[in-house]
Ligand binder design. Structure first.
Ligand code: ADP
Length: 431
């Protein structure tokens, strides 16, 4: 027999990817498919379904019988309403960034102040908006259920209704600390639509017979609960000890820190997701690579960076932003970008900018600490900025902890790690 393999599939904002790994974490196969939605909202669901099955088709047939488990991550707060008698889509998908301000007053009237559901794009606002326009009238009967994007995609594989994970369920109001829905939510008329919630990477059921036979999967292959795309990307780095962190240096800068304590602060947009027995605390700044791209080409960035001595601190104090406004680690919607004075040397200018972004990163980790999170001990880097060794050295000096490039950063890889976790817990899975 071949080596057992674990399949992770990521449904991100621009396309779907898969990664097939073994127990040691080595990638045996990977691939991607773009979405091609046609028509109305339901077109999105059809394009996701098509991408899911295309990816299964893309996996080399020789590997397929050895897949022990599958997990899928999706974009957070992407929501579907499905008829649990027919499997038919009743409404949505409502995409992660779609806003339902009509539902906000009702949600604010039931949820605690500053709760994560009190945002017009939250899953709960999507549910309440649908309920108030359609659901309450009873047209959907009692069979309507709420699914997150990854719940729905996993359901296409296992066929059971009403299972989700506590990362996806956070934005519908699930309390991951109590591991229960709060009473203010349970008392609502739409509460019966809410899924039951498990840890990410919990085995749900084996793959449906028809899917197994069509794709040549093992009848033992088990489908496991998923997570959100940004948590899956964090999990890819493979580091879940308190004090470990991942900084994503893409167009913007996002930091995620594993902490023993849960930390939430709406002023700074800081909130925590549960990771088994620890918390993943996150914050996102508007600084990052977008500013670099306004000033230099990627080629210039490489050439100029070579002329920087990262051991020397730049005296230039900037606050690089692509436009006005900052949320974390300073909450100021009117903050103006500060990129002056510009020295004659472009290398010195870039040094000042990279050093300033590093200071903002350090300030971010310090703020999380002040809010009660575990102190950062080691930082892994993802995103375009991870390629820049000089910047890494600058950040190491400014942060005062080891900084290195994350070996794996694809969310699909993180989802595959969840599948591996689920395979180890599959005892007693219904088949
Ligand atoms: P996103 O997915 O958020 O758009 P990426 O992770 O693809 O971003 O990273 C792109 C960013 O990385 C760009 O904004 C660019 O400025 C930055 N970048 C690319 N090359 C370098 C480099 N050598 N040094 C620093 N930043 C870089």
């Amino acid at each position: 027999a071949g080596t057992p393999l674990y399949l992770g599939i990521d449904f991100g904002t621009s396309g779907a990817r898969y990664a097939l790994i073994d127990r040691q974490g080595a990638i045996h196969s990977e691939g991607k498919r773009a979405y091609a939605p046609v028509g109305d909202a339901a077109g999105w669901a059809s394009s996701w379904r098509a991408a899911l099955f295309q990816l299964l088709d893309d996996i080399p047939p020789a590997h397929r019988p050895f897949i022990s488990s599958i997990s899928i991550d999706g974009t957070s707060a992407t929501t579907l309403i499905v008829d649990s008698e027919t499997g038919e889509l009743l409404a949505g998908p409502f995409l992660y960034n779609e806003s339902f301000p009509d539902a906000l007053p009702a949600v604010e009237s039931i949820a605690p102040a500053n709760h994560t559901v009190c945002s017009a794009s939250s899953t709960l606002c999507k549910l309440v908006s649908w309920w108030n326009t359609t659901g309450a009238a009873g047209g959907a009967g009692s069979a309507a259920v709420l699914m997150h994007q990854s719940d729905w995609l996993l359901w296409l594989l296992h066929g059971r209704y009403g299972v989700s994970d506590y990362n996806n369920a956070l934005k519908v109001g699930y309390d991951p600390e109590a591991d229960a829905y709060p009473s203010w939510l349970m008392s609502q008329p739409y509460a019966p639509m809410l899924p039951s919630v498990r840890a990410p990477g919990a085995p749900i059921a084996v793959v449906k017979d028809d899917v197994c036979s069509q794709y040549g999967l093992s009848k033992e292959c088990v489908v496991c609960t998923g997570t959100t795309d940004s948590i899956a990307a964090f999990l890819a780095a493979g580091t879940t000890e308190p004090g470990r962190a991942v900084t994503s240096l893409g167009s913007t800068m996002a930091i995620k820190l594993v902490s023993e304590a849960r930390v939430d602060d709406a002023r700074f947009g800081v909130y925590s997701h549960r990771l088994d027995d620890t918390w993943l605390v996150g914050g996102a700044s508007n600084t990052g690579g977008a500013v670099l791209r306004q000033l230099f080409t990627d080629g210039e960035l490489v050439a100029l960076s070579r002329r920087i001595d990262p051991a020397v601190a730049s005296p230039l104090e900037y606050y690089p932003l692509p436009r006005k406004g900052e949320r974390f680690p300073v909450s100021d919607p009117d903050m103006a970008p500060r990129l002056q004075p510009r020295p004659e040397s472009d290398a010195e200018y870039l040094h000042g900018i990279l050093e300033s972004i590093a200071r903002i990163e350090a300030k971010g980790y310090n703020l999380l600490r002040e809010l009660g999170a575990t102190a950062v001990e080691e930082v892994f880097t993802a995103g375009g900025g991870a390629q820049n060794d000089r910047w890494t050295a600058i950040r190491e000096r400014v942060l005062g902890v080891p900084v290195r490039k994350a070996e794996q950063t694809e969310a699909a890889y993180g989802a595959a790690l969840l599948a591996l976790k689920g395979a180890d817990r599959r005892v007693g899975v219904p088949s």
